[in-house]
Unconditional design. Sequence first.
Length: 187
Amino acid sequence: MIQSFHLSTAWVLPSIGPAQHAALCILASALLFVVRGGTYIVRGVLRKSGTLPSRDRTLSIHRQPVTSPPAPQEEREVLAVIEIAAATEAPPPKTVDIEEYNRGRLIGNLERIVLTIVVAAGSYAALAFLVAAKGVVRSDEFEKDRDFTEYFLIGSLSSVLVALCAGMALRFALLRLWPDLLTLQIQ
């Protein structure tokens, strides 16, 4: 891009060649994609799966089923028809917990940046450690709330997938354009 648009590169060190300039541009664009595009991708997956964090999740934990006295046969048939009709209707829209939603966005952005750099550096053991550590930190919440567990797992796995794909593409580009940069392995 620098050569085709005749951009001035006086601010870059003269010892860096055009391939290294391209590698730095690819690095910057990959990190920008991971932050902005990754957020849109993960939020789209969460919306499609219906696992957005809900404000009323504490109410769903403590909700007990209501039991009523047995009804006569005719009333049972009418109640069964009403229950079937109610089951086919769309569920009421949940109120999204904006604080949890934005907190998840910030954590996801940081996670994707770190994971992309770790994958680009070729340290897959660090990738596994980071993903496992994130799960261990939130493990006590998994037993309390199934909705939160689904939100966390779907969001984390889609975020890791975005970071893994971006990191692999970045690693391939850096190996082709600036192989000396990746000689320092993160262990």
